[in-house]
Ligand binder design. Structure first.
Ligand code: AMP
Length: 483
C-alpha cells in the first residue's frame, strides 16, 4: 500500500516524501480512506502508531481539494475577504476566529506535537495555518494567533473554553472535530469541557476520536458524539508494544534503586532516556542529582512554565538533554526517536499510564527498552500492569546489584501474565513501601566508578492522590496548569 493509493492530494504526497515516510502505517491505511469518504471514526491504536497523520492527512486532503475548487471558482477565501475588508479600511475591532478543524488534546506537549506534525504534512498545502491554543501561553500571543483566523486549531480543553466564552472563537464553520487521546482527557476530568465544546460545533461536522480504549466512559461518550462511526482497532489491543523489551528489577531500598539507575544509565546502548517519577518534586530532585553525577539531565513536569517546558523538550530533541526526568502528564506525547530507554523510577498509579510511559521509546518503528525499578511491596502493581497489557514482564537481575530479598515469585515464561496468587512462592515477608521513607540518594559520576552521595528527604509519592486522576500526584481533580 502506498500513500498515492490512499488517494491523497499531491501536495500531501510531496510533504510525506520529504518527511521520509515511504508507506502508510496500519492505522493510516484504514483511517485515511474512511475519513476521506467523510465517515466518523472511532480508533483505538497504540501510541507511536502514526495516529496523528491518520486524522490530519485526510483533513488536509479535504482542505487542499476545496482550495483547488475555490481557485477554479475564483471565489475569495474567508481570509482573503478579511484582507480585502482591511484594505477598504473596514476594520472591525476583533473578528472571532472561525476554524475549520479542531483537534483537542489532553496536554500542551501533545498539542504542540500535533501542530508541528501538521506544519510538516501541510508544507505544500496552500491556505492552511495550524495554531496551538494552550494553557500557559500568554493571552496576547494567543490573541495574535487567533486574529490570523487559522484553519486548524489544536487545543487543550480548558484554555479553549476560556476563548470560546469570551467570544474569540466561533465554531459555526467547523467541519472536522478530532479528540486525540480521548481516554486521557476524560481521566483528567475534562468531560464537561469536552461536552461544552462539542455542543458549540455544528451537528454536520465529521468527528474522529482516538483513544487507547473504546470501552467504558470513553465508549459512551464516543457513541454520543459520532454518527454511524467506523470502528478501527489496530492489532486488537492498544496496549502491546511488541518492539519494546520490558523488564522489572527488584530493589531493596532507595539507595539500591539509585545505584541501579546510575548503573543502567551508563549502559552504552542508552542513547537518550526518560526516567518517570511519581511526583514533580522527585523529578526535580532526581534531575539535580543526576546532573551532579555528570549526566546531562533535565526535569519536566506540570509546575514548570510553558517556556521552560518547551526549552527542555527542544534540548531533548537536539540531544543536549540525555536523561529527561518526568512526570506522567508532562511526558505524554513526547515523540523523540532517539529515546532508547524508559525507566520507571516509580511505577505509575494506573496501568494505562505504564503503556503511555513505555511508548516514549520504540518510536517510529524502532526498538526500545522499558525498565521498571520496583520495590518488593510493589509486586501487586506489576501484576496489575501485566493483567492490563496481557503481557508478562520478566524480572531481571544485574550482577552486583542483586536484591537481598526475592520477595516476588520467580516467574517463568509459562506463567500467565498477572497470574500470581497470594500463596505464590514469596521468600521473606513484605516490608511495606520502603521506597517512600526519607532516604539517601546516591549517584556516582559516569565513568568515575566512584560514589558520591547526597542526602535528601523524599516526598511521599502518594500524598495528594484522592482517587481520580490528575496524572501528577500533587494535582487536584484536574491539572489546572493545563488551563
Ligand atoms: P504518532 O503516533 O502520530 O505520534 O506518530 C509516531 C511517529 O511515527 C512520529 O515520529 C511520526 O513522525 C512517525 N510516523 C507517522 N506516520 C509514519 C509513516 N507512515 N512512516 C514513517 N513514520 C511515520
Amino acid at each position: 500500500m502506498t500513500f498515492e493509493a490512499l488517494g491523497l492530494h499531491t501536495s500531501i504526497i510531496r510533504a510525506l516524501s520529504d518527511a521520509g515516510y515511504t508507506k502508510p502505517t496500519g492505522v493510516q491505511e484504514q483511517a485515511v480512506p474512511a475519513a476521506i469518504s467523510g465517515r466518523d471514526l472511532l480508533v483505538s491504536s497504540q501510541t507511536g502508531s502514526g495516529k496523528t497523520a491518520a486524522f490530519m492527512l485526510p483533513a488536509l486532503h479535504k482542505f487542499a481539494t476545496a482550495a483547488d475548487v475555490m481557485d477554479t471558482d475564483a471565489g475569495k477565501t474567508p481570509n482573503q475577504e478579511r484582507q480585502a475588508a482591511r484594505a477598504r479600511g473596514d476594520r472591525p475591532r476583533f473578528q472571532a476566529a472561525k476554524p475549520k478543524m479542531l483537534v483537542l488534546t489532553p496536554t500542551r506537549e501533545l498539542a504542540l506535537q500535533v501542530t508541528t506534525a501538521t506544519d510538516k504534512y501541510s508544507a505544500y498545502t496552500r491556505r492552511i495555518k495550524a495554531v496551538s491554543i494552550l494553557g500557559g501561553m500568554p493571552y496576547p500571543k494567543q490573541m495574535q494567533l487567533l486574529s490570523r483566523n487559522p484553519e486548524i486549531l489544536v487545543a487543550t480543553p480548558g484554555r479553549l473554553i476560556d476563548h470560546m466564552e469570551s467570544g474569540k472563537i466561533d465554531f459555526s464553520e467547523l467541519e472536522i472535530l478530532v479528540l486525540d487521546e480521548a481516554d486521557r482527557m476524560l481521566d483528567m476530568g475534562f468531560i464537561d469541557d469536552i461536552e461544552k465544546i462539542v455542543d458549540a460545533t455544528p451537528a454536520t461536522r465529521q468527528t474522529m476520536l482516538f483513544s487507547a480504549t473504546l470501552d467504558g466512559v470513553v465508549g459512551n461518550m464516543a457513541r454520543r458524539i459520532t454518527k454511524d462511526p467506523m470502528i478501527i482497532q489496530i492489532a486488537g489491543s492498544a496496549t502491546k508494544h511488541e518492539n519494546i523489551t520490558q523488564k522489572v528489577h527488584f530493589v531493596d531500598d532507595l539507595s539500591h534503586k539509585n545505584r541501579m539507575l546510575d548503573h543502567l544509565l551508563r549502559d552504552v546502548s542508552v542513547d537518550q532516556a526518560v526516567v518517570f517519577t511519581a511526583t514533580k518534586r522527585d523529578a526535580d530532585t532526581i534531575a539535580d542529582r543526576l546532573n551532579i553525577a555528570g549526566f546531562a539531565a533535565a526535569a519536566l513536569h506540570g509546575d514548570m512554565h510553558q517556556g521552560a517546558r518547551n526549552r527542555t523538550l527542544d534540548a531533548l530533541r537536539r540531544g543536549q538533554v540525555r536523561v529527561l526526568v518526568a512526570t506522567d502528564v508532562a511526558a505524554r506525547g513526547i515523540d523523540v526517536p532517539a529515546i532508547t530507554h524508559v525507566f520507571n523510577y516509580d511505577l505509575p498509579k494506573f496501568p494505562e499510564d505504564y503503556v503511555h510511559r513505555i511508548g516514549r521509546t520504540g518510536r517510529a518503528g524502532r526498538n526500545g527498552m522499558a525498565i521498571s525499578l520496583v520495590n518488593h511491596a510493589e509486586g501487586i502493581n506489576v501484576k496489575r500492569i501485566e493483567r492490563f497489557t496481557k503481557q508478562l514482564i520478566p524480572v531481571d537481575v544485574i550482577e552486583g546489584f542483586e536484591p537481598k530479598k526475592t520477595a516476588s515469585a520467580p516467574r517463568s515464561a509459562a506463567r500467565k501474565p498477572g497470574g500470581w496468587k497470594p500463596g505464590d512462592k514469596r521468600t521473606g515477608p513484605s516490608t511495606g513501601n520502603r521506597d517512600h521513607k526519607p532516604g539517601q540518594r546516591t549517584f556516582s559520576k559516569p565513568g568515575s566508578g566512584t560514589t558520591g552521595s547526597s542526602a535528601g528527604p523524599r516526598k511521599e509519592g502518594s500524598g495528594g492522590y484522592k482517587g481520580t486522576r490528575s496524572g501528577e500526584t500533587t494535582g487536584a481533580r484536574r491539572s489546572f496548569s493545563d488551563r
